[in-house]
Design a protein around this ligand. Structure first.
Ligand SMILES: CC(C)(COP(=O)(O)OP(=O)(O)OC[C@H]1O[C@@H](n2cnc3c(N)ncnc32)[C@H](O)[C@@H]1OP(=O)(O)O)[C@@H](O)C(=O)NCCC(=O)NCCS
Length: 189
């Protein structure tokens, strides 16, 4: 695995977005959307109650950057010069060369193709700059926008994982999508 080539998380760029490391200065922008109950409706985390919650989250990310064990990017809107979300490659399973995507976006920016654009950049990084062979994503069945993002980037629906996650006090069925390197190469032709 060529992970060691990335002791520092690289900055990625797409047409409208910059994906970069987060810093404590992002706390106000992060809090602005992470405190929105609609954003946290389908996530594993609860809405942030105070700026302190955003600091705690960012500090945990900074610690992981230091240990070179974090592939979480802040999503910056180029024109607005504002952190509008996060996305990442998480749950790396090195012996099997796979990882998983995760993301959240400020409600103000929903429905304009931003997360599709960010995930395309993540997949390009994952398949072009590391040896990952499979990148998967899971979402609750009711989270159609998240499923659409995965469909739009070409990830294939693999089925429903029954009661696979225990989130906020109950078990949830999860849609499973994935792209393997072979699919990615075909998509990129
Ligand atoms: C999921 C999320 C990241 C999508 O971001 P986004 O930038 O709005 O996504 P895009 O604009 O690229 O695509 C969204 C797609 O969902 C569709 N959509 C939006 N609301 C929908 C709904 N209620 N039902 C069906 N489709 C819906 C949009 O029309 C679009 O599809 P289209 O391009 O075919 O029209 C965003 O909704 C979000 O942050 N949600 C809260 C956090 C979250 O759920 N994270 C994922 C956990 S698995």
């Amino acid at each position: 695995m060529t992970l060691s080539l990335y002791p520092d998380l690289p900055t990625l760029e797409s047409d409208r977005l910059i994906l970069r490391k987060m810093s404590l200065e992002d706390a106000p922008d992060l809090f602005e959307y992470a405190s929105d109950p609609e954003v946290a409706k389908y996530t594993t985390w609860h809405p942030h109650q105070s700026l302190e919650d955003s600091h705690i989250f960012l500090n945990s990310i900074l610690k992981k950057y230091q240990n070179h064990e974090c592939f979480d990017w802040g999503i910056v809107h180029k024109a607005d010069i504002k952190l509008i979300g996060t996305c990442g490659l998480v749950n790396w399973v090195l012996p099997h060369y796979h990882a998983e995507i995760g993301y959240a976006l400020s409600q103000r920016y929903w429905g304009q193709g931003y997360m599709t654009e960010a995930v395309q950049a993540l997949l390009a990084f994952g398949f072009q700059k590391t040896d990952l062979n499979r990148i998967q994503g899971r979402c609750k069945l009711a989270n159609r926008p998240s499923a659409r993002v995965m469909e739009k980037v070409g990830m294939k629906f693999e089925g429903i994982l029954r009661q696979q996650m225990f989130i906020k006090g109950s078990f949830h069925d999860m849609n499973l999508y994935a792209l393997v390197r072979k699919d990615w190469e075909n998509l990129s032709k």
